[in-house]
Design a protein around this ligand. Sequence first.
Ligand SMILES: Cc1cc2nc3c(=O)[nH]c(=O)nc-3n(C[C@H](O)[C@H](O)[C@H](O)COP(=O)(O)OP(=O)(O)OC[C@H]3O[C@@H](n4cnc5c(N)ncnc54)[C@H](O)[C@@H]3O)c2cc1C
Length: 379
Amino acid sequence: MDFDLSEEHRLIQETAYRFAVNEIAPQAKECDRAEKYPREIVRQAAELGFVGPTIPEEYGGAGYGFFEHSLIVEQMARVDLGITQAIESAAFGSQNIVFFGTEEQKRKYLPPLAAGEMIAAGAYTEPDAGTDIAAARTKAVREGDQWVITGNKMFITNGTVCDFMAVFCLTDPQAASPYERHSLILVESGLPGLTATPIKGKMGLRASDTAEVAFEGVRVPVGNLIGKQGQGFKQLMHFFDATRTVVASQGVGLAQGALDLAIAYAKERITFGRPLINNQAIQFTLAEMATRIEMARMATYRAAWLVDQGRPNPKLNSMAKYYAGETAVWVCDQALQLHGGYGYIDEYDIQRFYRDAKILEIYEGTKEAEKMVIAKRTI
Ligand SMILES: Cc1cc2nc3c(=O)[nH]c(=O)nc-3n(C[C@H](O)[C@H](O)[C@H](O)COP(=O)(O)OP(=O)(O)OC[C@H]3O[C@@H](n4cnc5c(N)ncnc54)[C@H](O)[C@@H]3O)c2cc1C
């Protein structure tokens, strides 16, 4: 057993952190305040192989594993989660194509995604189907050599900026198992009947585009089906088994960034004639923050590493994602408290971290959904 990072891993970490400090940090406040999607930064990140880093080299990607992907995301999230999410999700759903797509789909979509020339979205959630995704009702009916799609999707990351989305559709409503009724279908933006409406006013993650998407008889070729008909639910679970490790690393990185801010502030702030950090109560809080972050990091690294070994562990993935998300929320709360009144002001980055953190307990499976997975595999 070897817990050390390789030279290559360290280089990836350093490159990602330097990119975050030099390119992401200067834009973070403005993108958050103006809810601005950072299209140019996504392009720059792609040049370093940070967009869809697990896309195989033969399709123009960096060919990294989920472990390397987690390292990259962790370092970027230390600086800003909103822009990190914009970069990470630019190739959202590409794994569905990598795992289950046809050769034609791979050649068409993966190279431009990895190059940052195309943006993808994964449209699964609906107004009445989130945690219970098997209840999704957006239907795709086959007419000749086309699928005709009708329904509504909610909270779709990149909904208004994407070039295409992988849509979770009801194709086999009569199937006996609720887990064999859906299929994933690729839908390109701009088709007649497709409308994406931005959702503004998010609490956090404001650099990331989020939209409500409506399909009114949208027609796509039958060849846009990903993998086998009726296997969409299983494909989605397989996809989440890999990608949850990356969301967990968002939590680890965000929490580490909040700890970095807290330590810097506690060293500089003077109360009662001495730096705040000289108080043992403050040191103990920082120690607890560091400990929880390290626990979350260990679980995340192991979960990601197992995915790369071809042995994804859904229980550990859910543990890592749930614990890292909860840790990020808790650490940001402590870090903001330590900033006193200044932490409550927009000028200080910690309030953005605090607002951004909450999404980590909600998307790609709420923490309750994660506990359902853990409980099912524990009891
Ligand atoms: C910023 C943002 C970006 C997103 N991006 C995407 C995206 O790109 N693609 C996409 O498809 N979706 C996306 N989502 C949707 C997200 O994945 C869902 O919001 C999430 O899965 C929860 O679904 P819901 O909002 O319908 O909540 P619900 O399912 O209605 O749940 C409400 C609450 O009840 C809890 N709950 C539900 N059922 C149970 C139960 N049986 N037992 C105990 N507790 C339960 C949940 O954990 C939650 O706390 C995004 C959401 C946001 C906010």
